[in-house]
Structure formats: C-alpha cells, structure tokens
Ligand binder design. Sequence first.
Ligand code: SAM
Ligand code: SF4
Length: 381
Amino acid sequence: MNNDIGIYIHIPFCLKKCYYCDFNSYSGKQDMIEEYIFALCNEILENSEILSQYKITTIYIGGGTPSYIDAKYIKQIMDTLNLYTNTEDLKEVTIEVNPNSVTYDKLITYKECGINRLSIGLQTIYDDVLKKIGRVHTFEDFKNALNMANKASFNNISLDLIYPLPDLSLDMLKETVDYAVSLKDKNIKHISIYNLEVHENTKLDFLLKEKYVSLVDEDTEYEMYKYINKAFKEAGYNRYEISNYALDSFESKHNLRYWNQELYLGFGAGASSFFAGSRYKNINSIEDYINNINNNISVIEEKEELDLLALMKEYIILQLRKTSGINIENFKNKYKKSIYDLFSNELEELTSNGLITKENNNIYLTDRGLEVANLVWEKFV
Ligand SMILES: C[S@@+](CC[C@H](N)C(=O)[O-])C[C@H]1O[C@@H](n2cnc3c(N)ncnc32)[C@H](O)[C@@H]1O
Ligand code: SF4
C-alpha cells in the first residue's frame, strides 16, 4: 500500500445562488440534506475496497456551501472516511465556508473531526458590490468569521477573491487586495484570486447584457492584474499557480494533486475523479444521485479513458498552470519519453513567441504566457 490518493466531497447546497455561479449548487433543496449525506456516505462505502489499497493524504470538502449544512453531517462524512478508509497519513483536510453560515460551534466540530484548513469566500470587501453579485454576506460577516476561525485555532486559512466585479473600480480592487495581505497575522496563509468568468444564462450574464451593471475596460483590468501580482509578491505570497498565491509551504496540497495529475476520487452529485488513467464525473442532479445510490445504480455519468498521448498533453497543460512548470526529468520518468522528442514543434513555437521559457530542467510560462495562458493550452488540446 504505497500509493496515495486524495478525496473530494461535494456538498451542493447553498442558501442562495450567487449571480455569477455556475457550480453544481442549489438553493431551496435543504429538505434533501439528510438523505443526500446518507447517500454520499454509501457511495464512500461502495468504494471502500478500492480505497483500502491507498493511503488518503488529502481531503477537500467543497461546494456549494459545506458550512451551510449542520456540522453533524460533516462529522458523519469524516467518521465514515475515518472508519472505512486509511486516513492515518492525512496531511491536509480543507472545508469551504461562507462568512454568514459558519459559526464557532461548527468550527469546533470541524476541528474535532480532523479538518485543519479553511477556505473562506470573501470576493470583495465592498458590501454594495457583494449585493450586486448576489452574495448573502457582508464584509462585517467575513471579519466575524475570520475572528471565530482564529479563536477556534485554525492556523491555515485560505481566502477567495474575484476580479473584476460589477461596478468595482481599480481603487476598490486595490483596497481589497491591501486588506487581504494585511491578514497574515490572522492566519491567512493562502489567497486565491480568480478572474471573473461570466457564464451564459447566469443572472450576472443577464445584468451585464442589460447594462444594469458594468465591468471595467480591458486596460483597467490589466492594471488590476499588475497590482495584484505586485502587492502579493511584496507581501510574501508566492504565485505558485495562475490564480493561487501562498506563504512558504502553505500551497494547497489537495489542489497540487490536480495540477500534478495525481489520483483523486470525488464523492457526491457532480463530483469528478481521476483514477487509473480515466476521468469520471457523477450526475449533477441531487434527486437522481440519491435515487441511484438507493437503488444500486451507478452515479457515474461520464467516463473518459485517456490514451497515452491525451494523458501526456493533459499533464503538460496541468503542470504549466504551476509557475514552477514542467520538470523535464519528471516527464521522462512518468511517460518514459522525452518531452522534446514528442512536442518539439509546439515547444519551439511557444518559446519563440515568448510564452514559455526553460531554466535548468524546468519549462514554465513567462510573465506574458501567464497572462495569455489559453493561447498555450490551445497547442496541447
Ligand atoms: C466553489 S466556490 C465555493 C465556495 C463557496 N461556496 C463560496 O462561494 O464562497 C469557490 C470559489 O470559486 C470562485 N468562483 C465561483 N464562480 C466564479 C466565477 N464565475 N468566476 C470566477 N470565480 C468564481 C469564488 O471565488 C468562490 O469562492
Ligand atoms: S455560495 Fe459559492 S457555490 Fe453557492 S452559489 Fe455562491 S459561489 Fe456558488
């Protein structure tokens, strides 16, 4: 039993759907929470034989809003994992929490069942902007949540921000970033700052199209981008992935698993997995998920078996998301072939366009490459 694996748990319930959100999350379905958790624990049990061959080193409880549901359900999931799988080597157990639904008692329960990392969604410090994106919390709620997390002795906390946002000026973005980096002594060890994605058919898409709200122009967005990188760097947060910054040794171990193309199993509605060279995805619908589990029908909706070439291309894209890039020796050890023999044309073109570079044994995105990473991915799809 030498191999290790990560576990993703999906909690698809939210108090209210945020206007920009395209995740598999639902409001108004709280009646199903109990049945859902029962089904999810059953899905873990159904996989316990496979899991018995692995050591679980990371668990990530995401959503949706895991802090929205009663903490006894989170305990039930952790108890199931602790009883029926190998969790002795756990290094990192993260839970996503929303500022308005987390309480001190919930945090204590999380602590007691082995959760050692929190991820809190703030997005911006401006209440009027939070309202315009449909968030249910205020900046004050966030400050209270962070104080409670510190009181409950969480010393590894991650913060989520988004930019640009409706009616958020450059100065407002700067204030948000300055506030984020002022929280080092409050145990904010990791900051994710995502570039806003406007998904079709979301309420935000409608509000923007109808001009009820607006976003800054491209040049101002680029100023925001530059400020973010400068401010985080100066504060000692190392950009280790396109959207992720961390103090030394506080990179997300679970997310690194994704970018290193390592194994993980996901449980719950819409959860995805990477196992034995294949990618899997569960059905999104909470109702169908519960129904299938209760009737011994598979909840897997999609399975994609990746051939060797597809695996190698995917590995390159995932590794290039990290600022340390692809280690040439690691690629050779993993795939028994030289990356230069296989992809010399692509690598030469990207190098001459100034999007990637090589230093020692690593190929990584240049500053320009980080800005237009999509142009790099295009070469490997
Ligand atoms: C899966 S969400 C769940 C966390 C929690 N429910 C919350 O909203 O705080 C994780 C993060 O993804 C980011 N996110 C969600 N939708 C996004 C979008 N359309 N564009 C950019 N970032 C997004 C937000 O920063 C959010 O905190
Ligand atoms: S709370 Fe998080 S998961 Fe839920 S709707 Fe908002 S962004 Fe999506």
